[in-house]
Design a protein around this ligand. Structure first.
Ligand SMILES: CCCCCCCCCCCC(=O)SCCNC(=O)CCNC(=O)[C@H](O)C(C)(C)COP(=O)(O)OP(=O)(O)OC[C@H]1O[C@@H](n2cnc3c(N)ncnc32)[C@H](O)[C@@H]1OP(=O)(O)O
Length: 219
């Protein structure tokens, strides 16, 4: 049995090359590692695959062929494993979601010294239930966005000391939502940040967080 349904995924907007916030193009991570051509497109494809798998009831043929293909890919990727300082996933700060698949892909629209705004679209991979984004995905979004902004805003490497999230109304999946982040105040190593997730003008969730700049040699 199959159900016809409209495909709600937005057109992919991630560039083949990596575009910095000032519009210039690079082929390297922030710390100089060369990124193979098409890498961010590959990550986008895997993100779409996670949404497609979450949304589908596949037949036995598709299950078998997918299991075989994934096993082959696992073997091939295992041959290319590197140590953490050399990995690309999570280090492409110019790509939505930093090419880290657990992190929802936030597209940054505006960024300044004290704040940023962007948009995010949660696919079926991030479904909690009944058309609503999983409650665990929202802190992940805020931790990444605010943590990244603690660095972009002039901080050095930092870690989350606390992250408080209030869920004010449901966040729908398959909808373009707005996200904002701003610096509330900085006290020495302590960066206090706030963020919001909105559906139009409706506040879905808000976060307040403290990030601490790490001391030299701190893990
Ligand atoms: C790759 C490129 C991409 C970059 C993009 C990356 C974006 C991703 C970002 C993800 C970030 C993470 O998820 S990090 C992973 C999740 N977080 C963690 O695992 C952190 C675990 N906790 C810790 O490691 C530690 O507790 C720290 C680092 C947070 C703090 O330890 P510390 O450095 O020794 O500091 P400490 O002396 O305890 O505290 C310093 C000051 O902060 C205050 N303080 C400390 N913790 C708290 C707290 N929870 N609530 C209130 N205040 C606190 C203290 O009272 C003190 O205030 P005063 O007396 O000075 O006034």
């Amino acid at each position: 049995m199959s159900h016809e349904s409209p495909d709600p995924r937005p057109e992919p907007v991630a560039p083949a090359a990596l575009v910095r916030t000032d519009g210039s193009v690079t082929d390297r991570t922030w710390d100089g590692h060369l990124v193979p051509e098409g890498y961010s497109d590959m990550i986008d494809g895997v993100r779409e695959l996670l949404d497609r798998i979450a949304a589908a009831v596949p037949g036995a043929d598709l299950v078998a062929s997918t299991t075989k293909a994934v096993a082959e890919l696992n073997d091939r990727f295992a041959e290319h494993a590197v140590a953490e300082p050399d990995q690309l996933s999570g280090r492409l700060i110019t790509v939505p979601g930093r090419a880290q698949l657990a992190v929802p892909a936030v597209h940054i629209d505006e960024i300044g010294e004290d704040g940023m705004s962007g948009h995010v679209w949660f696919g079926r991979h991030f479904l909690g239930s009944n058309g609503v984004v999983h409650g665990g995905a929202i802190p992940m979004l805020f931790d990444d966005l605010l943590g990244r902004f603690a660095i972009v805003g002039g901080g050095a490497r930092s870690r989350t000391a606390f992250l408080h999230v209030d869920y004010r109304s449901v966040a729908p999946i398959e909808t373009t939502l707005r996200v904002t982040a701003h610096v509330e105040r900085v006290e020495g190593r302590k960066h206090f940040l706030r963020g919001e997730l909105l559906d139009g003008d409706r506040l879905c969730a808000e976060a307040s967080a403290l990030f601490l700049t790490l001391k030299d040699g701190q893990q």
